[in-house]
Design a protein around this ligand. Structure first.
Ligand code: HEM
Length: 171
C-alpha cells in the first residue's frame, strides 16, 4: 500500500509535493520546538524550592528524544524504501535547476546530522550525572552548556528543514 501511495500523484497529506514522511516531519517540528522551549523555560525560571520542575524537564526531554529517534528512523525508511527519489518530487520547483534546493539541503544536513548525536550525548550524560529525581548538582554547569548547544542545534535543524521543504516541495 505504501508503495502504491509513492507511485501516484498524491504523495503526502499536505497540499504540497512532499511525501507522507516529509509532511509529517515538517509538521512535527512545529510541535517539537515549542515543547522543547517550554521544557527549558521550566528549569530556567524555576524558584529555588521548585526542584520538581527539573524532573518534568527530564521527562519532557526524554520523550522528545524518543520522538526524535522514531522520526529519524521513519524518515530513513521512507527515503530508502518508499519515496526513494525525493528529487523527482522537487524537480517542479523553480529553485531546483539553480541548485538552491541542493544548497539548502546541504545547510540543513550540517545541523540535522550532528543534532541526534548531540542529543544522545546530552541525555546519556544527564542520566548518569544528575541525582534521581533530577536536581541541580556539580554537573549542572556542564549540562547547561551542552544542553544549550543541543537545543540551538535542534532549532537550527527545524529552521533549515522548513526552508528546504519550502524550496523543494512548496514553491
Ligand atoms: C537533549 C536533551 C536535553 C536538553 C536539550 C537540555 C537542555 C537544558 C538546558 C538548556 C538547561 C539550562 C537552562 C538554564 O539556562 O537555566 C537545562 C537544565 C537542566 N537540565 Fe536539561 N536538557 C536535556 C536533558 C536533560 C535530562 C535527560 C536531564 C535529567 C536527567 C536534565 C536535567 C536538567 C537539570 C536538573 C537542569 C537544571 C540544572 C541547574 O539549574 O542546576 N536535562 N537543560
Amino acid at each position: 500500500m505504501l508503495a502504491q501511495i509513492a507511485n501516484t500523484d498524491f504523495h503526502g497529506f499536505l497540499p504540497t509535493r512532499g511525501s507522507v514522511m516529509l509532511d509529517f516531519v515538517f509538521l512535527a517540528l512545529f510541535a517539537v520546538i515549542p515543547v522543547m522551549a517550554w521544557s527549558i523555560y521550566l528549569v530556567k525560571f524555576r524558584k529555588p524550592d521548585e526542584t520538581y520542575k527539573c524532573e518534568w524537564h527530564k521527562r519532557i526531554q526524554l520523550a522528545l528524544g524518543v520522538i526524535l529517534l522514531i522520526a529519524v528512523t521513519a524518515f530513513e525508511i521512507d527515503m530508502r524504501f518508499i519515496t526513494k527519489d525525493w528529487r523527482s518530487l522537487a524537480e517542479a520547483s523553480p529553485y531546483y535547476a539553480s541548485k538552491l534546493v541542493d544548497y539548502s539541503l546541504w545547510i540543513h544536513l550540517c545541523f540535522a546530522v550532528p543534532t541526534p548525536l548531540l542529543w544522545i550525548f546530552v541525555i546519556i550524560r544527564a542520566m548518569q550525572k544528575f541525582p534521581k529525581p533530577a536536581a541541580p548538582c556539580e554537573y549542572s554547569s556542564c549540562h547547561m552548556l551542552w544542553g544549550k548547544v543541543a537545543a540551538i542545534a535542534m532549532f537550527m535543524t527545524a529552521l533549515t528543514g522548513w526552508v528546504f521543504y519550502w524550496l523543494a516541495f512548496v514553491a
